[in-house]
Ligand binder design. Sequence first.
Ligand SMILES: CC(C)(COP(=O)(O)OP(=O)(O)OC[C@H]1O[C@@H](n2cnc3c(N)ncnc32)[C@H](O)[C@@H]1OP(=O)(O)O)[C@@H](O)C(=O)NCCC(=O)NCCS
Length: 177
Amino acid sequence: MPNSSMIIYGKNINMRTVTTKDAEFIYNMRQNQNKTKYLSKVTGTVESQKEWIKNYKRREEEKKEFYFVIESKDEKKLGLVRMYDFQDESFCWGSWLIKEEAPKTTAIESALQIYEFGFYSLGFEKSHFDVRKGNDKVIAFHHRFGAKIVDEDELDYFFNFEKSDYEITKEKYKRYL
Ligand SMILES: CC(C)(COP(=O)(O)OP(=O)(O)OC[C@H]1O[C@@H](n2cnc3c(N)ncnc32)[C@H](O)[C@@H]1OP(=O)(O)O)[C@@H](O)C(=O)NCCC(=O)NCCS
């Protein structure tokens, strides 16, 4: 269903899956030059973003991918985050983008909700993701959460994060849940 959303309810944020109505928001977020330096380039128009979302909604229905708008409780759009590349035991997440003016806890809360959903609702044992070399703030974020660099290439560090390590992190950050 291209215009329905699944919603995850967090403490100060909700995460709802995107619909074609979010095409303009996604497009504008991905056009922000200083924020998207370490993300892959999105080309095209609002119209082609809409097309992409239509195709994505099929993958969402099959539970192969989830693309969320991060929102405040009063439905102000704060950012975006995506789960994809689901393997046997591990899910990938990324396309993580939060507005400068979002409340300070948005990053931690959205990461926690991703792990809660990935480990407990979808049943994965592990998470994997890559971060561009030089994206030091984000690398530090994942290290503090307990994720480990397991590989690298010229462009990226490849991280793994085990559910068993998440259980420890979760205890530490329970005030954000
Ligand atoms: C990646 C992104 C979504 C993270 O959001 P962010 O708000 O910048 O995250 P921060 O690391 O600044 O964390 C937010 C606050 O929580 C704090 N924080 C983060 N992790 C914490 C932790 N484990 N314990 C305590 N505090 C923590 C930070 O110190 C920060 O507070 P401060 O501003 O007072 O220092 C955002 O930087 C962004 O949109 N970046 C551009 C796109 C991008 O690079 N995406 C990632 C691709 S892999």
